[in-house]
Design a protein around this ligand. Structure first.
Ligand code: NIG
Ligand code: FE
Length: 405
């Protein structure tokens, strides 16, 4: 048994609703707090002195500077298994080139597919571990990682195997998702339906057999997969036992409707969502995931995060860390910057980065500091939690604890 503390403040993020707007006054703040853990699981959270008196035999990890303790962040949407980079795309984009011009110059998702196919499984594993460890050092203890840069049976399996291998070599918890439906590969000689059928009939069974993932994602967009084909594909993937998540409403609407219809765990992006989509998401159990890193990377508007919360949606915030639209990968900075523009409370931001993001992954044992939860925790060098967003992500976690996995 280990007692860690005293912390200037602990924000356990417990007792808060899953959906809708939150005020900072709803946050429970434990001053002079301690956390009792055993084997990476939380046994108790409370006043440090009370816990010490009640558990005199517990080994103490003494905190000697003012720190604010939060649950580890859950980044529920990333694409950090990839080869190469797209700095060339980015320089063209900031100089004003259009998506089409960039694609014509050999850029876009297909460029990363080419570079990822050139990398060995071992190389993908190594770079993924580095990125996961950088995230972990910044307080992100659970990281979802998508495939989607392989786009053939063999190459998608290679990516998912790399994610599985990396998962065993980092203390961060990696959750993999199959995004073979990112786009129809340029070297595929057939229709969208034919490609999706191959994924369904030939790829998903291998993924099941090798236990490479239990989640399926799709990019619903005019340039990728259309809503009709997406609905058919996702319904069949769901029938095979996969949880569904969707890249929805990034440039045009259509994706979130499919996501709600198929009972997806989350609908991510939502930059183009309007009143209809907001109402639909708010009335569903599908988590709305904002990806401010993509808005920053593409120079686009943020998703309507404030409106989604006001209407009662469950809003999570994720980085979308990828080589194309969101190369920065700094989750806290992105959430902090979006919160100023979208008018989100600290409670809404922290909820979106923790237990609401865990819900987007259908995981219930993290994101809240409470008995029975994983001891995934991070502490910031300040005595008042409000300083964390005030520095807009520039103040990083001082210590990170990654519990049992
Ligand atoms: O979430 N929108 C589609 N997929 C990624 C971008 C991937 C890429 O450009 O490499 C996204 O933004
Ligand atoms: Fe994405």
């Amino acid at each position: 048994m280990k007692l860690t503390g005293p912390f200037a403040q602990i924000l356990p993020l417990d007792g808060l609703p899953l959906k809708g707007a939150l005020r900072d006054e709803q946050l429970r703040i434990i001053p002079n707090g301690g956390v009792l853990t055993e084997d990476g699981i939380i046994l108790a959270v409370g006043d440090f002195n009370d816990l010490r008196k009640a558990h005199p035999s517990a080994q103490t990890e003494e905190i000697t500077t003012p720190l604010v303790l939060l649950p580890g962040f859950v980044d529920c949407h990333t694409h950090i298994c990839f080869g190469g980079n797209r700095a060339k795309d980015y320089s063209m984009r900031i100089a004003g080139k259009s998506y089409l011009e960039i694609a014509k110059a050999g850029g876009g998702i297909w460029d990363t597919v080419t570079q990822t196919r050139l990398a060995t499984e071992q190389e993908l594993t190594n770079t993924l571990i580095q990125r996961a460890n950088r995230h972990l050092a910044e307080g992100v203890t659970t990281i979802e990682v998508k495939s989607g840069y392989g786009l053939s049976i063999h190459e998608e399996v290679k990516q998912l195997r790399a994610i599985k291998a990396a998962s065993a070599q980092t203390k961060a918890k990696l959750i993999s998702t199959c995004l073979a439906a990112h786009m129809v590969p340029k070297d595929f000689d057939g229709s969208q339906e034919e490609y999706l059928n191959i994924v369904l009939n030939e790829l998903l069974p291998v993924i099941k057999k090798e236990e490479l993932s239990s989640r399926v994602d799709i990019f619903i967009e005019q340039s990728a997969i259309n809503p009709e084909n997406a609905l058919t594909y996702l319904s069949k993937a769901k029938a095979l036992g996969f949880d569904i998540t969707v890249h929805a409403d990034q440039f045009t609407t259509g994706g979130s409707k499919v996501a709600v219809e198929v009972g997806a765990v989350s609908a991510d992006h939502l930059e183009a969502s309007g009143e209809t989509e907001i109402k639909l998401l708010a009335g569903s159990n599908t988590v709305a995931v904002a990806l401010p890193g993509a808005s920053l990377g593409l120079g686009m508007n943020y998703p309507p995060a404030r409106k989604l919360l006001n209407d009662g949606a469950c809003l999570a915030i994720a980085s979308d860390w990828n080589p194309g639209s969101a190369p920065m990968g700094d989750l806290l900075m992105q959430a902090a910057v979006m919160s100023a523009a979208e008018k989100l409370s600290a409670a809404e931001v922290f909820a979106g980065l923790t237990y609401r993001a865990a819900t987007a992954l259908k995981i219930s044992n993290r994101g809240i500091l409470a008995p029975g939860m994983l001891a995934d925790m991070q502490a910031y060098p300040c005595a008042d939690y409000r300083e964390i967003l005030y520095y807009q992500g520039k103040m990083k976690s001082d210590s990170v604890w990654a519990g049992w996995k």
